[in-house]
Design a protein around this ligand. Structure first.
Ligand SMILES: [Zn+2]
Length: 398
């Protein structure tokens, strides 16, 4: 139904593109349905229905379906649950009107909608079910509708969240705050066991131009952090500074692609020196000293031997091959000179290759042109076959 209405404004192809863009913007966290809702909201034609009577939260009766106009005070990190009967995701939102505050629980695909919400949004709740009275807990059902609307003068009566937004250099130990910054580095996802359950941790380094700070993102927030790329703007709601590091646990939330983040000129992603680069992703600004070679090779999945020609059967007898593109380089910056390698899309982008180009030939033709050029790479370091440090470029940034 929503799609039909959007098709009055978009051609079918344009709508598909817009949905995909919206999903990219939210780092793949949106389902198609949620993306359509965001688009409809942006197109300005989701209006609060006229025939709904909004009631104060205080008037809620057990078992009743309630409709209310509220302010979003906090969006908690989504959680996964599994019981004998069912499994899925849930997300809790704390809301309030001038009479009372309440927790709204969203289930499964509705959780995607929560990732589009921000603190202090004005939200219309239609037909949410009253589950518990004290403290008031409302559940979304199939027939429930949630809509973000623009605040009107009358909404000034709604309470606002007490959590302030702060710059990274303004944070004080133990105090909850919202921050907006760019991702400067990202460590790999860590999995651990805690009280018989699997937990996840992802550490990201943030920079907003006033300071650099590591943030520990836990569980669902860790998964959301892994979807970010170095240089992305990100908002952390309800982050707490603990021992000089931000923590975003269950009461906090990582919002990808914050709107109006105001970071434009403030935070250029800082570069790391090649000597300091380790296993975490970071941006490096390097000189290409030499293009050694580039190839598209076929690698035997069984014994690992590589060959530029596609053979039907490997010397080991296996017929299972994968194809791999690489460009082998020598890179340097003020900190030293290192072997570097780009794989697949990064290698193709670096050489400016088109589909079907002979990469080996292209690398020879462009060798002199590329030598001495400076390039920004998203990269990490690993130990090469002979034990020396090797720079792996994941993407060419400039
Ligand atoms: Zn083989």
């Amino acid at each position: 139904m929503l799609k039909e209405r959007l098709l009055e404004r978009f051609s079918p192809d344009a709508l598909d593109d817009a949905v995909r863009q919206k999903q990219d913007q939210f780092a793949g966290l949106l389902t198609e349905e949620a993306a359509l809702r965001v688009l409809a909201h942006e197109a300005g034609f989701i209006q609060p229905p006229d025939d709904v009577a909004y009631a104060p939260l205080q008037s809620a009766q057990p078992g009743q379906l309630l409709s209310a106009r509220v302010r979003v005070l906090a969006v908690f990190a989504p959680k996964r649950f599994a019981t004998a009967e069912r499994s899925g995701r849930l997300c809790k939102i704390r809301v309030a009107d001038s009479s009372l505050s309440a927790d709204v629980v969203l289930w499964n695909s509705d959780v995607d909608f929560a990732s589009t919400l921000c603190r202090n949004d004005v939200l219309l709740l239609k037909d949410v079910s009253v589950k518990v009275l004290q403290p008031l807990e409302l559940h979304c059902r199939l027939s429930s509708e949630l809509r973000v609307v623009s605040a009107t003068d009358a909404d000034a009566a709604l309470p606002t969240a007490s959590v302030p937004q702060r710059r990274l250099d303004e944070l004080s130990e133990g105090t909850e705050a919202d921050v907006v910054a760019r991702l400067a580095e990202k460590q790999p996802l860590k999995e651990f066991q805690r009280q018989g359950k699997t937990g996840y941790l992802s550490k990201i380094k943030l920079s907003d131009g006033t300071a650099d700070l590591w943030a520990a993102c836990w569980d669902e927030n860790a998964h959301a952090a892994q979807k970010l790329s170095v240089g992305d703007a990100v908002k952390l709601e309800g982050a707490v500074l603990k021992n000089g590091e931000l923590s975003v646990s269950w009461s906090g939330r990582l919002c990808p692609a914050p709107v109006d983040h105001g970071l434009g000129a403030v935070a250029e992603t800082p570069c790391k020196s090649l000597a300091d680069l380790d296993g975490s992703d970071a941006v490096v600004d390097v000189r290409v000293d030499k293009v050694v070679d580039a190839q598209r090779v076929h690698k035997c999945r069984s014994c690992g031997s590589k060959s530029p020609e596609k053979k039907a059967v490997c010397v080991c007898g296996s017929e299972d091959f994968s194809s791999l593109t690489y460009a082998s380089l020598e890179l340097s910056d003020a900190s030293g000179r290192f072997r570097g390698v780009l794989f697949d899309a990064a290698a193709v982008a670096f050489l400016g290759a088109k589909a079907g180009t002979d990469l080996n030939l292209l690398s020879q033709l462009k060798r002199d042109y590329l030598a001495g050029k400076n390039v920004k790479l998203l990269a990490y370091a690993k130990s090469g076959r002979t034990g020396q440090k090797e720079i792996v470029g994941k993407a060419v940034l400039s």
